[in-house]
Design a protein around this ligand. Structure first.
Ligand SMILES: NCC(=O)N[C@@H](Cc1c[nH]cn1)C(=O)O
Ligand SMILES: [Zn+2]
Ligand SMILES: [Zn+2]
Length: 481
C-alpha cells in the first residue's frame, strides 16, 4: 500500500542544484588520507576531524565539540599515540521536535596506488558520464557522513526549517575497532546525548546495485594477530636457510589451520556457539532481490562458494566467517629478495553472529593457535592476541524509524526497499541501542559493488545525490511519525 507523500519537491530540487558543491565537499574530504590503521597518518585523521567541525560551524551547528579519548591501547607501536577525537555537534534544540542522532565515521581503510588503483585513491576522480566518483572513503563513509551536512545545507538555502533536532557523532577509529567510543557514549548518554529519540547510521551498502535496502542486522568482528619471532634480525637465506627455524614457515602452518578453502572455520567450538536458523527466518530470504550473478559481479570473479541466493545470504549475514588478511614483516614487494624475516605477524578476523560470546571466542581462538604452534615443536616464540572486537547487532525493523525510512526511500527511488542484514560490522551500533535506549536504523547510501575496503572504491553520483534526498526525507517522515 502506498503512503501519503510529504511535499518535498523543493528540497529534492535544491539537492540537485547543489550537486557540484556537494561533489566538491566530498573531494575535499577524500583528499585527507585519514587512515586510522596507519599510525603514521594519525595527524591526517585529526585533520579530518577539524575539517568536519569547520563544515559544521559554517552550516550553523552549535555546541560543536572535539572530544579527546586519550592514548590508543596496545597493541600499538607508539605507546603515546593519541586516539583521534569524536566530533559532536547539534543543529536545533527545539523541545517540541524529535531529536535524531546520526553517527558516521571519518576514518578510512588504507589505500595505495600500488595496490592496483586506477586513480590516486586520495584524489576524488569524477566520471560524470558514467555516474561515478572514485576515491577512498567515497562510499565508506565520507560520502554518507557529508550527506547529513548536505541535507542541512539544502534546508539552509531554502530557508526551510529542519523538522527535527539533529545531533551528530562522527568518529575517527571505526575501521580500527571504535576504540574509546563505547566509554564516551556511556558517559554522555544522559548528558550530550540526552533526549535522543532515535539513532540513524548511514555506513553500509545496498545488497546489489539496483534496489535500495534498509538494514536491521550486522555481524560483529573479532580481530586477532599472531606474532612469531625467531632470529635477532632478518637473515640471508643462503647462509641461514635450512639451519635456523623460520618464523614465516611456522606462521604459514598456523594460519593454514584456521579455515579450510571452503570457508569452514576449523577452530573447535566456534560453530557450536551459533544460534540455529529458525523456521521463521528461513522465509525471510526468499523475497530478497539478489543473485549469485550479482555477487560475482561485485567480487569481479566467478569464485562464489555457494551457488544459490539463500546460502549466500545466510553465509554473509548469519554464520561466522574467518578471513586471513595479511602478514606484517613478510617480504611482499616486487623482485626476489632472499630474506628470512625475523618476526612476522599474521592478521586474521572472525565475523561473529548471535549467540557467539566474544570472550569465549578469544579463549577458543588463542588456545587453538597456541596448540597448533606447540605441535610444530618450533624453538621460535609465538604471541597470539585480540587486537579489537565489536558486537554483532540484530534489531526489529518494525518501528517508526524504519517506517519513515521506507517512505523516504520509496519517494526518492520509486521502489519499496528490501529489509536486509549485513555481513560487515559497525562495532558501536549495539552500544547506541543499549546506552541511549533508542532503536537504530541503518540507512545505506552506496551500492553493493562500491568496492568498500577494496581498490577503486566509488560511489555512484546518483546514489550520493539521491542518498542525500533520502536522508533528508527520512528526517521529515520521522518528524511526523
Ligand atoms: N562500513 C562499516 C565497516 O566497514 N566496518 C568495518 C569495521 C571494522 C572493524 N575492524 C576493522 N574494521 C568492517 O570491516 O566491517
Ligand atoms: Zn564504514
Ligand atoms: Zn569500512
Amino acid at each position: 500500500m502506498s503512503h501519503e507523500k510529504l511535499p518535498l519537491e523543493a528540497f529534492f530540487n535544491k539537492i540537485e542544484e547543489l550537486k557540484p558543491k556537494f561533489i566538491e565537499r566530498l573531494s575535499k574530504a577524500v583528499s585527507i588520507p585519514s587512515v586510522s590503521g596507519d599510525e603514521t597518518l594519525r595527524p591526517q585523521v585529526v585533520e579530518m576531524a577539524h575539517f568536519l567541525s569547520g563544515e559544521l560551524k559554517n552550516l550553523g551547528f552549535h555546541d560543536i565539540q572535539l572530544r579527546e579519548l586519550g592514548v590508543q591501547p596496545p597493541p600499538v607501536s607508539d605507546p603515546n599515540l593519541k586516539l583521534p577525537p569524536i566530533v559532536l555537534g547539534r543543529y536545533g534544540s527545539d523541545p517540541k521536535k524529535k531529536t535524531v542522532l546520526v553517527y558516521g565515521h571519518y576514518d578510512v581503510q588504507p589505500a595505495l596506488k600500488e595496490d592496483g588503483w586506477a586513480t590516486d585513491p586520495f584524489k576524488l576522480t569524477v566520471d560524470e558520464s558514467n555516474d561515478v566518483v572514485y576515491g577512498r572513503g567515497s562510499t565508506d563513509d565520507k560520502g554518507p557522513v557529508l550527506g547529513w551536512l548536505n541535507v542541512v545545507e539544502a534546508h539552509n538555502e531554502l530557508k526551510l526549517e529542519l523538522p527535527v533536532n539533529l545531533v551528530v557523532c562522527f568518529e575517527g577509529m571505526e575501521e580500527s575497532g571504535s576504540l574509546g567510543l563505547d566509554d564516551l557514549i556511556a558517559k554522555e548518554a544522559k548528558q550530550y546525548f540526552a533526549g535522543i529519540d532515535t539513532t540513524c547510521i548511514s555506513d553500509n551498502y545496498w545488497l546489489g546495485t539496483k534496489k535500495p535496502v534498509l538494514t536491521y542486522g550486522l555481524r560483529g568482528v573479532s580481530y586477532y594477530q599472531v606474532a612469531i619471532s625467531g632470529p635477532g634480525a632478518d637473515l640471508h637465506s643462503g647462509i641461514f636457510g635450512g639451519v635456523v627455524a623460520e618464523p614465516m614457515t611456522d606462521l604459514v602452518k598456523v594460519l593454514s589451520e584456521l579455515v579450510d578453502t571452503n570457508g569452514n572455520i576449523l577452530i573447535p567450538g566456534v560453530n557450536e556457539m551459533v544460534a540455529p536458523v529458525t523456521d521463521k527466518e528461513e522465509g525471510l530470504y526468499d523475497p530478497i532481490d539478489f543473485s549469485v550473478e550479482e555477487l560475482n559481479a561485485a567480487a569481479g570473479s566467478e569464485t562464489a562458494l555457494y551457488q544459490n541466493k539463500k546460502d549466500i545470504l545466510k553465509h554473509r549475514w548469519r554464520y561466522p566467517s574467518l578471513s586471513v588478511h595479511g602478514i606484517e614483516g613478510a617480504f611482499s614487494g616486487a623482485g626476489a629478495k632472499t630474506v628470512i624475516p625475523a618476526k612476522v605477524i599474521g592478521k586474521f578476523s572472525i565475523r561473529t553472529v548471535p549467540d557467539m560470546d566474544p570472550r569465549k571466542l578469544d579463549e577458543l581462538v588463542i588456545g587453538y593457535v597456541e596448540k597448533v604452534f606447540a605441535k610444530l615443536n618450533s624453538p621460535n616464540t609465538l604471541k597470539a592476541e585480540l587486537v579489537h572486537d565489536g558486537n554483532y547487532w540484530v534489531s526489529d525493523p518494525f518501528n517508526d524509524s524504519f517506517t519513515a525510512a521506507a517512505k523516504a526511500t520509496e519517494d526518492v527511488w520509486n521502489i519499496k526497499p528490501d529489509f536486509t542484514r549485513e555481513g560487515g560490522s559497525i562495532p558501536i551500533t549495539l552500544t547506541f541501542e543499549k546506552e541511549l535506549g533508542t532503536g537504530v536504523l541503518l540507512l545505506p547510501m552506496g551500492r553493493g559493488d562500491d568496492g568498500a575496503h577494496s581498490i577503486n572504491e566509488k560511489i555512484n553520483i546518483s546514489n550520493y545525490i539521491n542518498g542525500c534526498k533520502t536522508l533528508g526525507a527520512y528526517l521529515h517522515y520521522y518528524s511526523k511519525a
